[in-house]
Design a binder for this molecule. Structure first.
Ligand code: HEC
Length: 116
């Protein structure tokens, strides 16, 4: 009986370890996939993340300015907010959850306040 408990604990530990290892590279990947899947690359690149655009004069989103917040970007990408008096070209088509994941990913490339 004791052996079975030990065996089961071992199996659970192995599964937990694998689950953990696989979750690490996924931390920033979903946002990147959402960005690519939503054709943001038609007009933007994110060079730090090796996301390139077909457009020659694409705006690189590798260093978003420090004053862009998560709250602002989610609204801006739904065309509920303007940046420099202009609404964004396209409205995000996915779910709010996807939008949040993608914005979180983009914000990892935000210029640090101290670099201004
Ligand atoms: C049809 C072209 C087009 C598409 C598609 C597009 N954008 Fe934009 N985006 C623009 C233009 C034009 C601006 C204006 C800002 C500029 O060029 O400085 C902009 C600005 C932005 C900004 C603000 C950048 C800054 O620092 O001023 C973000 C963030 C952004 N877009 C994200 C996205 C995301 C995410 C997607 C995909 C859901 C997307 N864009 C799809 C054209 C596009």
């Amino acid at each position: 009986m004791k052996n079975i408990v030990v065996y089961l604990l071992f199996v659970i530990a192995v599964i937990a370890l694998f689950g953990f290892a696989y979750s690490i590279p996924a931390v920033d990947a979903p946002g990147k996939n959402i960005f690519v899947d939503n054709k943001c690359t038609m007009c933007h690149s994110v060079e730090v993340a090796e996301v390139t655009s077909k457009k020659n004069d694409a705006k690189d989103l590798s260093n978003l300015s420090a004053d862009l917040t998560s709250d602002f970007l989610t609204k801006y990408l739904k065309k509920e907010e303007s940046l420099e008096g202009k609404k964004h070209k396209t409205a995000f088509k996915g779910s709010d959850e996807e939008l949040q994941q993608m914005v979180n990913w983009l914000l990892t490339f935000k210029v640090k306040e101290t670099e201004n």
